[in-house]
Design a protein around this ligand. Structure first.
Ligand code: SAM
Ligand code: DTB
Ligand code: SF4
Length: 352
């Protein structure tokens, strides 16, 4: 029997508790042979139905295929960022009309987190427009993390590059996930960002992993990269050992004033293919249908779930741009017979 999402609350998945398990670091070890760009590009080349069939079969092996985890984002420090990421409305290098703001006070963050929980989110993701956080910021963020956790929400932070001590401080504050995206393939990266290197990003991911935080890392498609470069991004992520627990796939949100505004739109089926390839190469990861949903028809979002996406951003805003209204999303899940669920409830044991 299928329970649909009637209320803005989480519902248990219809599998017995003994079969539930959060993926362990060990279960995320990559296959013995690293993925090659040729092998991943070959997945992209499969006929659409074959690709989706493979992705959905693997998805069902590892997760409840009719449930999705909901995360709500909050920009805790907006705009004025010193980096030059060409997709980003928050970079101080481009005039997008966005007003730069200071770090939000704890109380405002807590109010947003309470509202997110009330609305049915199970994870709260805080984003800060920094190249890297300063020591005084981390103290304040530590309080935000413990406050949000005390509400019973999972916590995620994205705040730029971290050094060893900072990663440890966040881990001690009780952070669950650190989000730091590789964004694109190494060979395309230089056309998108010049103020920090690919290796800088890998180093931060390594520090996050070393202190025992869960890794959230993915990228953006639709920035004018080739299919082979999309495969190159997936290879980088899938060959991390272990691969990330969480892989956000963003479709570029084109913001007027950023250098990437006006980029040719990606074929929507190519976006679905990217989700499917992420699911096949990182079978136990949470694959997140991330930015770009506001511009996607609901039929396309349904294809993304079929391709193996099992998480999405929920709430009317991403960081600075829009996201579908929460009630529209609830109605969509209901129409698809899907539940919202915690991550623990979604995962199946290896033997399943
Ligand atoms: N400043 C931190 C950093 O970049 O590491 C954290 C915040 S940053 C906004 C988080 C991620 O949002 C970026 O890595 C990028 O993948 C995504 N992002 C930013 N602008 C976007 C856009 N216009 N469209 C899609 N994704 C975007
Ligand atoms: C991620 O990969 N996507 C989210 C989250 N991680 C922080 C951010 C999307 C930002 C989209 C542009 C904006 O709203 O500013
Ligand atoms: Fe700054 Fe992050 Fe935007 Fe890059 S993506 S400009 S680092 S806020």
């Amino acid at each position: 029997m299928t329970t649909t999402l009637a209320q803005p609350a989480t519902h248990a998945a219809p599998i017995s508790p003994s079969r539930l398990l959060t993926p362990t670091t060990d279960s995320l070890r990559r296959q013995a042979q690293p993925w090659t760009v040729d092998a991943v590009a070959a997945l992209f080349e499969l006929p659409f139905n074959d690709l989706l069939f493979r992705a959905q079969a693997l998805h069902r092996e590892h997760f409840d295929a009719n449930a999705v985890q909901l995360s709500t984002l909050l920009s805790i420090k907006t705009g004025g960022c010193e980096e030059d990421c060409k997709y980003c409305p928050q970079s101080a290098h481009f005039d997008t009309g966005l007003k730069a703001e200071k770090l939000l006070p704890l109380q405002e963050v807590m109010e947003a987190a309470r509202a997110a929980k009330q609305s049915g989110a199970t994870r709260f993701c805080m984003g800060a427009a920094w190249r890297s956080p300063k020591p005084r910021h981390l103290e304040q963020i530590g309080e935000m993390i413990s406050g949000v956790k005390a509400l019973g929400l999972e916590t995620c932070l994205t705040a730029g590059m971290l050094d060893d001590g900072q990663a440890e401080q966040l881990q001690q504050a009780g952070l669950d996930y650190y989000n730091h995206n590789l964004d694109t393939a190494p060979e395309f990266y230089g056309q998108i960002i010049t103020t920090r290197t690919y290796q800088d990003r890998l180093d931060t991911l390594d520090r996050v992993r070393q202190v025992g935080l869960k890794v959230c890392s993915g990228g953006i498609v639709g920035m004018g990269e080739t299919r082979r470069q999309r495969a190159g991004l997936i290879v980088q992520l899938a060959n991390l050992d272990p691969y990330p627990e969480s892989v956000p796939i963003n479709n570029l949100v084109q913001v007027e004033g950023t250098p990437l505004a006006g980029t040719a739109e990606l074929d929507p089926f190519e976006f679905v293919r990217t989700i499917a390839v992420a699911r096949i190469t990182m079978p136990r990861a949470m694959v997140r249908l991330s930015a770009g949903r506001e511009a996607m028809p609901e039929s396309l979002q349904a294809l993304c779930f079929l391709a193996g996406a099992n998480s999405m951003f929920y709430g009317d805003r991403l960081l600075t741009t829009g996201n579908p209204q929460a009630d529209k999303d609830r109605a969509l899940l209901q129409r698809l017979g899907m539940r919202c669920s915690t991550e623990d409830e979604l995962a199946r044991q290896p033997a399943d």
